[in-house]
Design a binder for this molecule. Structure first.
Ligand code: ADP
Ligand code: MG
Ligand code: MG
Ligand code: MG
Ligand code: MG
Length: 442
């Protein structure tokens, strides 16, 4: 590791830290934390801080509710937006049971297990996410709305871009927290933005995505705006995705690149893509977890719908960007920023590894516009669609032994049942659309 216990104790003193937030993520991807004062830091570093797991949705039953937080020392970071005297620091934690074994309901553990399997095959996984979000106005009570007067579009700049100052502040804050920001820009829809940080080892990147969302929301609020990662907050404009760029390396070398291949890709890369495509429908409830996620996955807004890959075309589910060498990667374009990053990476990795282990053959790429193919043409080429809604996605997941193994029984069971409840509650609603389309004419 980067830091020892002594390092943390020293930094807490030197940084004048008053509060330490012990963070973890629940199965739905929501960041949770408990704050301790610096007087309790030794106890925390010795894995002695406890919480009631049964109060966290989907976590544990009453009978097994005592959970322990084991801080990952390497995640020590201070919050630049909190007071600079008596600072606030955070440590991201693993969740353990009283018997000293990892808790199966901890998403970080699920990713660690998948990474261990990769490591046993000699692989390390790198991930680079592209998180999109909207910056909307708040109302007179400071509550989020979907209102914006902004009219800017892709790559526009101020004064057209109303989010410029907030985005600048977000980038600077992220940099202070150790992020390497590669790019930030206005996105296609009014008030929509993207900030890209440099890829890194999967576990660290999953932690970073949770931190990223916290920073973006916090800084937006400071600017009187509200940031939302909701996949499709507005009908008729693009939704927010979180493309996941993935690669495997062996001994520090990207193994997806191969100069001798026509497309410059290795056999492992082709197997990896085949594994992702094989399991995609089963994984979609994880990569696209909300009822609202499926309103982004519709034609006309740059989001994928069909399970296909291409190294030429930007529209399919799996794109191979043109960079080669260290930048050789597989870009999965369906995930959105509401996905639990630990679980999303775990299932994508497991699917890719499955492709490699079983040496799954890859179907030919689709280099033309899939949306222009007829139903018959798609059928002839065996091009399947992503699940059309959360219900279909959860049903695909529920039938999948692969997903049960990848997530473990605990998360698998709780996740599918909570998501079906979410769907059922949603479909019983009477929506504005129904009122405006039916009420007056029937
Ligand atoms: P796009 O062309 O799709 O808009 P971006 O440039 O916005 O792509 O984002 C590309 C992402 O891919 C960045 O996060 C970058 O760090 C990441 N990336 C680059 N090389 C690799 C790699 N070898 N493995 C995983 N991710 C990578
Ligand atoms: Mg991008
Ligand atoms: Mg720092
Ligand atoms: Mg984008
Ligand atoms: Mg992209």
């Amino acid at each position: 590791g980067k830091y020892t216990k002594a390092d943390i104790l020293r930094m807490v003193k030197e940084d004048d830290v008053e509060f330490i937030r012990l963070q973890f993520t629940d199965i739905f991807g929501d960041l949770k934390n408990v704050a301790i004062t610096s007087s309790q830091i030794e106890k925390a570093l010795d894995n002695k801080i406890m919480f009631d797991g049964s109060s966290i949705e989907g976590f544990a039953r009453i009978e097994e509710s005592d959970m322990y937080l084991y801080p990952d020392y390497d995640t020590y970071e201070t919050f630049p937006w909190r007071p600079q005297q008596g600072k606030v620091a955070r440590l991201i934690c693993d969740v353990y049971k009283p018997d000293g074994t990892p808790f199966e309901g901890d998403p970080r553990y699920v990713l660690k297990k998948a990474l261990k399997e990769a490591a046993d095959m000699g692989y390390m996984m790198n991930v680079g996410p592209e998180c999109e979000f909207f910056l909307f106005q708040t109302d007179e009570n400071g509550l989020p709305t979907t209102n914006t007067y902004e009219r800017a579009s892709y790559f526009d700049l101020g004064p057209l871009d109303f989010g410029e100052n907030a985005r600048r502040d977000m980038v600077l804050t992220l940099e202070q927290m150790g992020f390497e920001i590669e790019a930030s820009h206005h996105e296609v829809a009014p008030a929509q933005h993207e900030i890209d940080f440099k890829y890194g080892e999967a576990l660290k990147t999953a932690d970073s995505i949770e931190t990223f969302k916290l920073v973006v929301k916090t800084i937006a609020k400071k600017h009187g705006l509200c940031a939302t990662f909701m996949p499709k907050p507005k009908y008729g404009v693009c939704g927010s995705g979180m493309h996941m760029n993935m690669s495997l390396s062996k001994d520090g070398k990207n193994i997806f690149a191969d100069d001798n291949d026509k497309l410059g890709l290795s056999q492992e890369a082709y197997y990896f893509i085949a594994g992702i495509m094989e399991h995609m429908r089963e994984m979609t409830a994880i990569t696209n977890p909300l009822v609202n996620s499926y309103k982004r996955l519709v034609p006309g807004y740059e989001a994928p719908i069909y399970i296909a890959w291409s190294a030429k075309n930007r529209s399919p589910l799996v794109r191979i960007p043109s960079a080669r060498g260290a930048g050789t990667r597989v870009e999965l374009r369906c995930p959105d920023p509401t996905a639990n990053p630990y679980l999303a990476m775990a299932v994508c990795l497991k699917a890719g590894l499955d492709g490699i282990k079983r040496q799954l053959p890859l179907v030919p790429s689709v280099d033309s516009n899939i949306f222009e193919l007829t139903r018959e043409e798609k059928k002839a080429r065996h091009i399947e669609s992503l699940p059309a809604n959360l219900r279909e996605a959860v049903l695909c997941m529920r039938d999948s032994d692969f997903m049960k193994e990848a997530l473990g029984e605990h998360i698998f069971t709780r996740y599918t049942s909570a998501k079906l409840d979410e769907w059922n509650e949603y479909t019983r609603q009477v929506t504005d659309w129904e009122i405006s389309n039916y009420l007056y004419k029937v």
